[in-house]
Design a protein around this ligand. Structure first.
Ligand SMILES: C[S@@+](CC[C@H](N)C(=O)[O-])C[C@H]1O[C@@H](n2cnc3c(N)ncnc32)[C@H](O)[C@@H]1O
Length: 398
């Protein structure tokens, strides 16, 4: 990767957000298209609920979620058409700002996509019924990317995700919410309560705030799984926003963590160290004396891998205390919801812990050399003694 368009310079967080959107949506669309092997008339939807175009610097809007979304759909459907399967795809864009809406319409008309595309002016919340009428019982992926928190209440998302095969990704703008969440202002407090669908207790840490949001997304919208990933400010070592995913199938978590590994684990450190170096050069006019890229190698994602191991120990101990030894299949959603690691990483780690005598794995058949879903995991006592209380975390030193 690392061929970022110049137009993203100074807002590299948007580039990373668009990479996550593109990778998730394309894989999701592939999976939904694969249904056409068994059924006729498969139809799927991409719903961009706060579409923009917004802050675009590119003449052809290549730096917008509108372009990114349509390209991901195109890539998936083209592949399936090559295999001889025709899948109908629809895209829905909602934009409140009249000027942006006009640009959106002109752009869609100029593209000539072979999809059904609908554009709705006005607020997302006021368009929920229109969206429902179009998508009916079809699979849909919702992208909810508000500017702040206004207009993105969970009660609007709920009717759109309560059917099967509905995934949602919400951009929760932490730096913005954090600035205002403990403000003594009734209007702001009411708006934030609207976004969380409850009154947010004061002085929550970043981790606690997001745990609350994920729990609320699941509870209010009736979703089974939710997880988040962190997009940092390009220059400052703090969270810009988190992308929170929700859905009803474990595959949501698996895909999300794979995308996180690729974009936040591999791509983000490169993009951020380049942004930092450019910013330093602009400020000082001098080249770095040392390799900034090396410096950024110890990225937040790498540090998360360390804390995630501790978290994984607590998950195993707590689950076993509550429910007795469980199969890996039952444990893995808990791991992927709470730990920034992929399913393969979790499997490798557990196998290594077995070799170190930290856990016991039963049900191993023949010459199996890796964790299988049906393996039962129990702790040997070593884990309990090693479980450390998970430290309170801050946005800049997680
Ligand atoms: C953060 S921007 C979206 C950026 C876009 N998703 C992207 O990645 O390129 C949010 C957009 O939502 C629009 N907007 C604000 N409130 C809205 C609402 N209640 N319903 C729909 N759109 C809204 C804004 O005008 C703005 O264009």
């Amino acid at each position: 990767m690392n061929n970022m368009l110049q137009e993203y310079k100074g807002r590299e967080q948007t580039y990373l957000k668009h990479l996550v959107l593109n990778q998730y949506l394309e894989s999701w669309a592939h999976k939904m298209c694969s249904g056409s092997k068994y059924r006729n008339n498969v139809r799927l939807w991409y719903v961009d609920c706060f579409s923009g175009p917004w802050q675009s610097c590119h003449e052809e809007l290549l730096d917008t979620s509108v372009y990114i979304g349509l390209e991901a759909l195109s890539a998936a459907t083209k592949k399936w058409a090559e295999f001889g399967y025709q899948v109908s795809v629809g895209a829905i864009f909602v934009e409140k700002n009249p000027e942006s809406f006009k640009k959106l319409q002109e752009y869609i008309q100029s593209r000539n996509d072979p999809f059904e595309i609908h554009t709705f002016p006005g607020e997302f919340g006021l368009n929920v019924k229109n969206i429902e009428n179009l998508i009916q019982n079809d699979p849909a992926f919702l992208f909810v990317d508000p500017t702040g928190w206004k207009g993105a209440a969970l009660r609007y998302i709920k009717p759109l995700v309560r059917k099967p095969k509905r995934d949602v990704m919400v951009n929760v703008m932490y730096d913005y919410i954090n600035r205002f969440k403990d403000y003594d202002d009734d209007t702001i407090r009411a708006q934030i309560s609207d976004f969380f669908d409850m009154q947010v207790p004061p002085n929550l840490s970043e981790e606690d705030l997001f745990r609350l949001y994920r729990d609320q997304l699941k509870a209010v919208c009736g979703l089974k799984y939710s997880a988040d990933l962190i997009v940092q400010d390009p220059i400052k070592d703090r969270t810009k926003y988190r992308l929170v995913v929700g859905g009803n199938h474990y595959s949501v978590l698996k895909l999300f963590r794979d995308v996180e590994h690729k974009i936040i684990g591999d791509e983000s450190p490169k993009v951020r160290s380049k942004a930092k170096e450019e910013s330093r050069l602009e400020r000082t006019g001098q080249n770095a004396l040392f390799n900034v890229f090396e410096e950024d190698q110890s990225s937040l994602y790498d540090r998360h891998q360390v804390t995630s191991k501790e978290k994984l120990k607590s998950i195993l101990v707590n689950l076993e205390n509550e429910q007795g030894p469980l199969q890996f299949e039952e444990i893995k959603p808990h791991i992927l919801e709470q730990c920034h690691m992929t399913e393969s990483e979790a499997r490798r780690l557990l196998w290594a812990w077995k070799s170190e005598g930290m856990i016991k794995i039963s049900g191993i058949r023949g010459r199996e050399r890796s964790i299988k879903d049906y393996h039962v995991i129990s702790e040997t006592g070593h884990l309990t003694s090693k479980v450390e209380p998970i430290q309170k975390q801050h946005s800049f030193d997680i």
